[in-house]
Design a protein around this ligand. Structure first.
Ligand code: ADP
Ligand code: MG
Length: 389
């Protein structure tokens, strides 16, 4: 046990007047490559961050659900497990995430009753690093253990996604929850979002003298919410026009012909992004399996250009990170997550001079345009959700 665990147990005990049955953790994530592909049945490749949501939980057999977050003002939220009902888009506040998991488990036929839950998280919220999935998955894993449900990580991810889609009201894909539940230390997770087959791909950048930086721009443009639904709808329209179940079914070799057959310029751009992005995931896998992870860099930048110009989900701050990093000698960079703010990733040589030069270049570019300084840290692939005490 470490001091975080001790502190969470202490806080739980002060709050609820008894010790928790256990403590669980689930990480945030960055997506290496495969953006806006998960609702197109495509491929993604996230890795878990060392930042986690931690939950101290005690089972209750009286059906009462008490929820508390150390990171939010407002005290304990008290509900009844058998009275939970979706409130619709985003109106439930933070407690909708853990409550939604209880609801989704019960909806799936699992005999989950009440619980006392105390949460705290080091995953920055709204930074595109998936603090919401960390919260859902840590709750799902704790209840899985305390109610002996015997669900595997990928099943828990599906439950957590259902909580976010149907209870919280956010139409996310399956990537974030699967990353939080299933990632392993030292690996990126290759996931086929159609059939949920997955593979742990060794991602030991240090062994190759490389580093992956995460740059949280600390901005979030409101535009993002509606834009996500619009891109999703546009991709579905593209699949319909091409006569396929999902854009994943358009092979890269058939992209040119597919584009020529589409009349709508907007749909053409969306199709080009998704089909080329799936291809980039496959190329990155080949490079990581082979001996040349440096060559991943240009693919990251290519992916960014596609998200910026074809899908149009980037923003000035994300473009500034990518441009200033690449100008200072980074191997490649791209926005990660939903865009319109949030975070970017940058692949750099791990020599102090290279990594420092890139970091300084990004910081200088932000300072020169009077923006809030970005938060920059190294992504070291961590483990997925687990019990800590
Ligand atoms: P992201 O998942 O990219 O961080 P979201 O908007 O999907 O951004 O989720 C952020 C929301 O998750 C917050 O607004 C809050 O409701 C909830 N959340 C995340 N972390 C915590 C926490 N530690 N305590 C309470 N709520 C949290
Ligand atoms: Mg989220």
């Amino acid at each position: 046990m470490n001091h975080v665990t001790d502190a969470v147990i202490k806080a739980f005990t002060e709050l609820y007047g008894a010790e928790p049955d256990g403590v669980w953790a689930a990480p945030g994530r960055v997506n290496l490559i495969g953006e806006y592909t998960d609702f197109n049945d495509g491929f993604v490749m996230p890795l878990a961050l060392p930042h986690t949501a931690v939950a101290a939980v005690a089972r209750r057999d009286d059906g009462v659900l008490r929820l508390h977050s150390a990171d939010v003002d407002g005290g304990i939220v008290q509900l009844r497990a058998d009275e939970l009902a979706p409130l619709g888009s985003g109106s439930g506040g933070w407690a909708a995430y853990p409550a939604g998991v209880v609801w989704a488990l019960r909806e799936a036929g699992h005999a989950v009753g009440g619980a006392d839950i105390h949460l705290t998280s080091t995953v920055p919220t709204g930074a595109g690093l998936s603090s919401s999935a960390a919260l859902e998955v840590v709750t799902a894993l704790a209840l899985n253990d305390l109610y002996d449900l015997g669900l595997s990580g990928d099943r828990l991810a599906v439950v957590a996604q259902r909580a976010e889609n149907a209870f919280v009201g956010v139409p996310c894909g399956i990537m974030d929850q699967t990353a939080a539940a299933c990632c392993t230390e030292g690996h990126a997770l290759y996931l086929d979002t159609r059939d949920l087959t997955r593979r742990q791909v060794p991602f030991d950048l240090a062994a190759h003298g490389l580093e992956l930086l995460v740059v949280d721009t600390r901005v979030k443009h409101a535009l993002g919410d509606g834009a996500y639904a619009e891109r999703r709808e546009g991709c579905e329209a593209g699949a319909r026009a091409l006569g396929v179940a999902a854009l994943r079914d358009v092979p890269y070799a058939g992209l040119r012909a597919a584009l020529e057959s589409l009349g709508d310029e907007r749909i053409r751009r969306y199709v080009r992004h998704v089909v080329s992005e799936n291809h980039r995931v496959e190329q990155v896998i080949g490079l990581l399996d082979g001996a040349d992870p440096r060559a991943v860099g240009p693919l990251l930048t290519e992916g960014h250009v596609s998200l910026r110009d074809d899908l149009r989900v980037s923003c000035e701050e994300l473009d500034l990170v990518v441009e200033s990093a690449n100008a200072a000698g980074a191997l490649g960079a791209r926005m990660t997550g939903g865009g319109f703010g949030g975070s970017a990733i940058v692949l750099v040589e791990s020599s102090a001079s290279a990594s420092d030069t890139v970091t300084k270049s990004i910081e200088t570019a932000f300072a020169a345009t009077s923006r809030t300084a970005p938060r920059i840290f190294r992504a070291i692939p961590a483990r997925g959700a687990h019990r800590v005490a």
